[in-house]
Design a protein around this ligand. Structure first.
Ligand code: NAI
Length: 250
């Protein structure tokens, strides 16, 4: 699948991994719709992408609201007239608390954004990809979807669930020429991790020591895998979860 004039929709696109993916797609000639709960950053990014010579837009969405998710996909299709790639990157980390003391409200919120939210997105995106008789979805899971993550039970449960959703959807939609994969980033230099760095440098030090490469990923290193999975080089790949993690899961 060549990239020229294709259209990508990126949830959580205003920041971090989603934003890096938007830039990487735009540099390959893909038109991009940014979808995020953060309005100012989303509009600003759309302007930056247009300066790269592609069409770009922003739509505000809270992935916890089904009607907003449906609207997000409708607006994308009506704006660009097609939809080829969907990257579901919207996600939150929740509390850092042991499982027996984990706050129920945080658990429910993490599940609603990371699991139910991502399912709502795929549910709305798939009919449009079927219309085009091809397409790719890349869901952003985590290494916490491949192994335990002490202190982050809700996050780890949610990311394991993202991989389950990805594999099931891949099997259900393979007959429609739609490929669906997950990327499992290790610790990546984005605002999500920056927050930990600022509030708890000792914990960040522990994290860095757990990474064989002894550094965080750059968001572009994750974006490169996402874009590869949508490319003509990846046409026989579906239902997989790829770690991009500096060796954490080796
Ligand atoms: P980020 O915080 O920079 O970006 C997340 C984006 O999702 C933000 O723009 C935020 O506004 C948006 N978002 C949050 N809740 C939303 C909602 N209800 N509706 C719509 N948008 C919403 O974080 P980052 O690091 O770019 O994370 C992106 C994805 O990568 C997440 O799913 C995260 O779990 C995953 N990930 C991140 C890792 C890291 O170390 N940064 C490691 C592994 C996975």
């Amino acid at each position: 699948m060549s990239f020229e004039n294709k259209v990508a929709l990126i949830t959580g696109g205003a920041s971090g991994i989603g934003k890096a993916t938007a830039h990487t797609f735009a540099e390959k000639g893909v038109h991009v719709m940014i979808a995020d709960i953060m309005e100012d950053a989303g509009f600003l990014l759309a302007r930056e992408l247009k300066a790269k010579g592609v069409k770009a837009g922003f739509v505000k969405v809270d992935v916890c609201q089904a009607s907003e998710v449906e609207n997000m996909v409708d607006i994308t299709f009506n704006t660009f007239g097609r939809l080829d790639f969907c990257v579901n990157s919207a996600g939150i980390e929740g509390s850092r608390t042991r499982i027996d003391q984990y706050p129920e409200a945080s658990f429910e919120q993490v599940m609603d954004v990371n699991v139910t939210g991502l399912w709502r997105c795929m549910k709305a995106q798939l009919p449009f990809l079927m219309k085009g008789q091809s397409g790719c979805i890349v869901n952003i899971a985590s290494v916490a979807g491949l192994k335990g993550f002490p202190g982050h039970c809700a996050y780890a449960a949610s990311k394991h669930a993202v991989i389950g959703l990805t594999k099931t959807a891949a099997m259900e939609f393979v007959r429609y020429n739609i490929r669906i994969n997950a990327v499992c980033p290790g610790f990546t230099d984005t605002p999500m991790v920056e927050q930990v760095l600022q509030t708890d440098p000792a914990y960040m030090d522990k994290i860095l020591k757990s990474i064989p490469m002894r550094r965080l990923a750059n968001a572009r290193e994750i974006a490169d895998m996402v874009v590869y999975l949508c490319s003509a080089q990846a046409t026989f790949i579906t239902g997989q979860a790829f770690a991009v993690d500096g060796g954490i899961t080796a």
